[in-house]
Design a protein around this ligand. Structure first.
Ligand SMILES: CC(C)(COP(=O)(O)OP(=O)(O)OC[C@H]1O[C@@H](n2cnc3c(N)ncnc32)[C@H](O)[C@@H]1OP(=O)(O)O)[C@@H](O)C(=O)NCCC(=O)NCCS
Length: 157
């Protein structure tokens, strides 16, 4: 398996889901757990695509829900590798909801997840380095190091 570094852009994953009745609570708003599931799936695709290996979720940073998302709204998730450490990496996911009847698009959430690259027995293996290119990618790369320090300090075992 080649460990040749790759550009961050090759990990970008865009996923759109339509909020259906079984995704919602009694008020017709998207359930938080459903959104977290989509965030995990989108992030897993970025990690797996970048590494061409199975990558498992090791942790999810705090997620805040600022804007309710309604039944019938499309939800778009965009993820990419922010920074690779050794066997682990931070994946960032941005979530947007859309109301196409009103022509509005709202950035509802940002989430950071840590994925670990594993072998067939589930043991951590070296991940492929991700090279940031754009200004935003470089900012996320720099910020990811501080977030890693904080999450490892707060890690519960
Ligand atoms: C994630 C997992 C592979 C880590 O294995 P481990 O034997 O604990 O490995 P290590 O302690 O050597 O850690 C491996 C890497 O994960 C990182 N890591 C482990 N736990 C972490 C956490 N809670 N938060 C952030 N990073 C974490 C370590 O910092 C290390 O990163 P590095 O190699 O880039 O420095 C293992 O705990 C596991 O399989 N967990 C279950 C995964 C799963 O089922 N996910 C789905 C959730 S339901």
């Amino acid at each position: 398996m080649s460990l040749q570094p790759k550009k961050v852009s090759s990990s970008v994953t865009i996923m759109t889901e339509l909020v259906l009745p079984h995704h919602t609570n009694q008020l017709g708003k998207l359930l938080g757990g459903q959104l977290m599931h989509w965030i995990d799936i989108c992030a897993a695709m970025s990690a797996g695509r970048h590494n061409q290996r199975v990558c498992v979720t090791a942790s999810v940073d705090r997620i805040d829900f600022h804007h309710p998302i309604s039944l019938g709204d499309p939800v778009t998730l965009m993820s990419s590798v922010n920074r690779v450490f050794n066997t682990s990496m931070e994946i960032g996911v941005k979530v947007f909801s859309e109301n196409y009847l009103e022509g509005k698009r709202v950035h509802t959430n940002t989430a950071y997840l840590t994925f670990v690259c594993v072998d067939n027995e589930g043991r951590p293996v070296k991940a492929i380095e991700a090279i940031p290119d754009t200004k935003d990618e470089k900012r996320r790369f720099a910020d990811a190091l501080q977030r890693r320090k904080t999450r490892l300090k707060n890690r519960n075992i």
